[in-house]
Design a protein around this ligand. Structure first.
Ligand code: ATP
Ligand code: MG
Length: 561
């Protein structure tokens, strides 16, 4: 492709209001432009990357026997009402009415449509197993579209679905998907972890996430270098090291105007780990007091798993239920459901006294209050691994894909059943598997860049070769460059040919910014000495070749023979 005929609007400066490196670089490299919050146009370079990523995904999906289909973006509400998700999913679903006032929605995912299809087309055990996939647009009204294409409201997803007679069949297809996913990320040049995850709104019997480590990630994973345990912090059951407990007797202490854990522990001159954080929330069944150790954070997803949907209690509710304002809340003598993190099963603590400006010191869980135990604390670096006890590391990651064992969660309500060998009707056992190509592209940039720009993995670079002619006005130089452009194309390489009438400095800067794996420079040496420079973007290594041998030399560098 000739630059002079292309739309590659590069920018010299970082755009305003961007944090993630991939976001800045994708804008600066002219790959994408934001149309509205979380809605992006892919320009030619961005489009080419997405094409390369989806081609790899397609090959690997076809490789495990998956069949490509295309499902609609627009769905009738009935399907989602049948599965129950019409009511469970809140603002994330785009809903609309058609001209006849029928409720419709835009597809966030396609379990319902797949179950609908299976209910019609799968009749007998002989029709199973099946694997269906699509690479298609999803619409989600995300609460916080963020970080460029990493979290958008409209995005491309590869979603596949397996249909099996039983869980043994599902396990086999799940394992095949897991391997195919690993190959996809490896081929795309990503560093990634496979971690245990929380199935969340998908429901089902187990799930894993594929996580690309990056500071731009919104997820965090707990990793054990000892035994290899890896889980999303939403799930990781870390073992907290116990502080040294003083031999306190139970007594009330005055704590004037000390409401936060930091204020209380500073005032009493104690380790915050010797306090208990008490949070009152309102669940469907009524108020619940959630307890975590004072030095740690409550994880909302974990609390939700323990007590179902909830919201924080309002100021007035707290006072009405406990008789005191939030800063002095505690579990002793409180007549509400109490749920405590397992780290609070033993020890001796300071808690709010449910009286203004007072705390209780020497409170022993199990003796002075009773609580249900539920894992509520977010794993932190240095906590013990739940499997081997060694110290956990916690890293920010980008979720680039996930796989779920759905079981019969959708096939039962949508009546996707089959007749078994003995004539019995059984629900189809389903699995669901997603990958975000835009997240792969952005994660690849997050993991492969330097101060000058992107360093594309060869497999997903918009072009593998960047050909620069230093001065197009020098006829001889331009002629050599044209010749090489033709040779590279004939050698089967995709080439971006910077044939602009621009200063060399501008062209070299743009080449580094765009980050194609190999740059070929045709300058005055080509005219005088008959050599062109071939430079690797990643290492900066330079070699030379004659114009006639250039294409062969580039092919060797790119590992294509
Ligand atoms: P997240 O927890 O990050 O919101 P999710 O669990 O909602 O992701 P899925 O519904 O399982 O994600 O979607 C499958 C894949 O689609 C994800 O692994 C991710 O790669 C991609 N994806 C999900 N939401 C978005 C989004 N808003 N923008 C871009 N890609 C997305
Ligand atoms: Mg989501």
């Amino acid at each position: 492709m000739r630059w002079t005929r292309s739309l590659i609007p590069t920018l010299k400066e970082d755009p305003a209001e961007t944090e993630a490196v991939s976001h800045k670089l994708m804008i600066r490299a002219g790959m994408v432009r934001q149309l509205a919050a979380g809605i992006y146009v892919y320009l030619p370079l961005g489009h080419r990357v997405m094409d390369k990523v989806t081609a790899i995904i397609r090959e690997e999906m076809n490789g495990i026997g998956a069949q490509e289909i295309t499902m609609p973006v627009l769905h009738p509400a009935e399907l989602w009402q049948q599965s129950g998700r019409w009511d469970v999913i809140g603002g994330e679903m785009f809903r609309l009415k058609d001209r006849n006032q029928r409720d419709m929605c835009l597809g966030m995912t396609h379990e319902e449509v797949i179950a609908w299809l299976a209910a019609r087309e799968i009749h007998s055990y002989r029709d199973l197993p099946q694997t269906w996939y699509q690479i298609q647009t999803k619409e989600r009204d995300e609460a916080r579209p963020k970080s460029g294409v990493l979290r958008t409201r409209e995005f491309l997803m590869k979603d596949s679905y397996t249909l099996d007679r039983d869980f043994a069949g599902l396990d086999a297809q799940y394992a095949a998907h897991r391997q195919a996913y690993c190959r996809i990320y490896e081929r795309c040049g990503l560093t990634y972890y496979v971690v245990e995850s929380d199935p969340g709104m998908m429901g089902g019997a187990g799930s894993h996430e594929f996580m690309a480590p990056s500071p731009a990630g919104e997820d965090r994973v707990a990793l054990c270098r000892g035994c290899g345990y890896a889980a999303n912090v939403e799930l990781a059951k870390a073992r907290l090291a116990a502080p040294a407990y003083p031999a306190w007797e139970l007594e009330e202490v005055a704590t004037p105007n000390t409401r936060t854990i930091a204020e209380v522990s500073a005032f009493l001159k104690i380790d915050p780990a010797l306090t208990i954080k008490s949070l009152l929330v309102i669940a469907e069944g009524g108020p619940v007091l959630a307890l975590v150790r004072g030095d740690r954070q409550l994880h909302e997803r974990k609390l939700q798993r323990a007590i179902g949907a909830f919201r924080p209690a309002h100021k007035e509710e707290i006072e009405q239920i406990t008789g005191v304002e939030a800063g002095f809340l505690g579990p002793v003598g409180l007549e509400v459901r109490i749920v405590a993190d397992p780290s609070l099963q033993s020890g001796c603590y300071v808690v709010g006294a449910n009286k203004p400006h007072a705390h209780l010191r020497g409170v022993v869980p199990g003796r002075h209050f009773q609580a249900e135990s539920a894992d509520l604390t977010e794993a932190a670096p240095g906590d013990g691994c739940p499997v081997c006890g060694k110290a956990l590391a916690v890293e920010p990651v980008i979720e680039v894909g996930n796989i779920f064992k759905l079981g019969t969660k959708y096939s039962v309500p949508l009546r996707a059943v089959y007749l078994d060998e003995d004539g019995h009707e059984k629900p189809i056992v389903m699995g669901s598997y997603g990958i975000g190509p835009a997240r792969i592209a952005a994660a690849a940039i997050e993991q492969n860049n330097d101060k000058d720009g992107i360093i594309w993995p060869e497999t997903i670079a918009p072009f593998r070769v960047h050909l620069t002619v230093v001065n197009v006005r020098e006829a001889k130089m331009a002629e050599i460059a044209e010749g090489i452009y033709g040779d590279l194309a004939r050698a089967g390489l995709d080439v971006l040919f910077d044939d602009r009438d621009e200063r060399p400095g501008v062209k070299f800067k743009d080449a580094d910014l765009l980050g194609m794996p190999v740059r070929v420079t045709v300058g005055s040496r080509a005219v005088k000495e008959g050599v062109v420079e071939i430079r690797r973007r990643r290492s900066g290594e330079v070699c030379t070749a004659s114009p006639a041998e250039c294409a062969a030399a580039v092919r060797r560098l790119l590992g294509t023979g």
